[in-house]
Design a protein around this ligand. Structure first.
Ligand SMILES: [Fe+2]
Length: 180
């Protein structure tokens, strides 16, 4: 499973800290152990159940978010320098992990993913934090998982969490708008 996760997420190599990279990988491996979904499923299921006939897969969307977040942070650094400190490792690990809890939110019925009873009780920000903490992911990164979605609007987000939240929503809201 480690190799399958590495194949899904070449962006893991962007995490400079070896320990954090390992814990980020371990969280995905652990989530697959707890999930009815396989790595192959993530290349085919839609990234959201909230947009009917969503044309973008889970992995296409998740990787787009990581790339957008990283490039945004690079642009902010380039233009604003030390005025706004950004921890790139926290940002990248967090961006890779924000939706790991969806592996526990979904179930597969008739070949299609849908929200499970567990998913209704505990949406993926909550289960994602649980699995990440089990795997030793530091609190600063778990914060990004906890605060990335609308639940996090009541949280005082860190700089890294603000960037990842916007990267996630700017690549989600247009599809919602197009769907009417
Ligand atoms: Fe999410």
């Amino acid at each position: 499973m480690r190799d399958a996760v590495k194949k899904l997420w070449p962006e893991l190599d962007w995490i400079a800290d070896v320990d954090l990279r390992e814990k980020t990988l371990a969280t995905w491996v652990r989530a697959f152990e707890l999930s009815p979904l396989t790595p192959e499923d993530l290349e085919t299921i839609p990234f959201t159940l909230l947009v009917p006939n969503c044309p973008v897969t889970f992995m296409q969307h998740k990787r787009a978010v990581v790339h957008i977040a990283r490039r945004s942070a690079e642009a902010m650094r380039e233009h604003m320098g030390d005025a706004l400190p950004i921890d790139m490792d926290v940002l990248i690990a967090g961006a890779i992990l924000i939706d790991v809890g969806k592996l526990l939110e979904y179930e597969k019925v008739g070949g299609k993913a849908r929200q499970s009873a567990r998913g209704k009780a505990l949406r993926h920000p909550f289960t994602g934090v649980a699995v990440a903490m089990e795997c030793g992911v530091p609190d600063a990164v778990c914060h990004l998982i906890a605060a990335h979605s609308e639940e996090g609007n009541l949280v005082k987000r860190t700089t890294e969490a603000i960037i990842v939240h916007h990267a996630d929503f700017m690549s989600y809201l247009p599809f919602k708008a197009l769907a009417g």
